[in-house]
Design a binder for this molecule. Sequence first.
Ligand SMILES: [Zn+2]
Ligand SMILES: [Zn+2]
Length: 202
Amino acid sequence: MFRLSYIIHLSIYWLYSLFWYCFSKSETRNNFDRKKGIEVAKNVLYIQLTLLPVFSLPFIFFYDLYLPKNLKIIEIITEPLVKFPLMSLWEDILFYHIHRFFHTPKYYKYHKLHHSWKSPVPWGAMYASNTENVLVNFLPVLTAPLVVSLNIYFLPVWIFSVTISSVLAHNGDGKHDLHHQTFKGNYGTMGVCDWLYQTEEK
Ligand SMILES: [Zn+2]
Ligand SMILES: [Zn+2]
């Protein structure tokens, strides 16, 4: 399941990016900076092949130890309907607070790289410093299955859903793209924390 999740992450991330590059008609695609696009692609691929597997190693151990491995019929319903929304909420809470913390002047240096592109491309989702990738991108996603005790068979589905939502958030016309342009508001992933703190921007 770990290897499958990793393969799904890589495939979805780059297939969607390629699809966007070939077919998107957004303004970002029309003004695409090719040199920067290649630099970002190299950087992200390096992170995906080094930092991501290394940081995931302890989680593979914990998943193996704590996540249920026998799939009950009822879990085919409970996992997507109950645990997935809870995991998304958990991700939103962690992502929002750590991301907002990185917008404070003292800690912005860790978030600066991700904001170096005002109109990011889908594969720029993981274009960030190592500190940011670990704390904002990896930690909320990888801890979520442990928090809800997700059945291990649903781990690839979870990885699929978070990968597709992160590339979609950088496709040129969403709320997170607005965050890249204005540097404020829309700090979260699913909007719950933005709604609670009234930091939603439209
Ligand atoms: Zn972003
Ligand atoms: Zn930001």
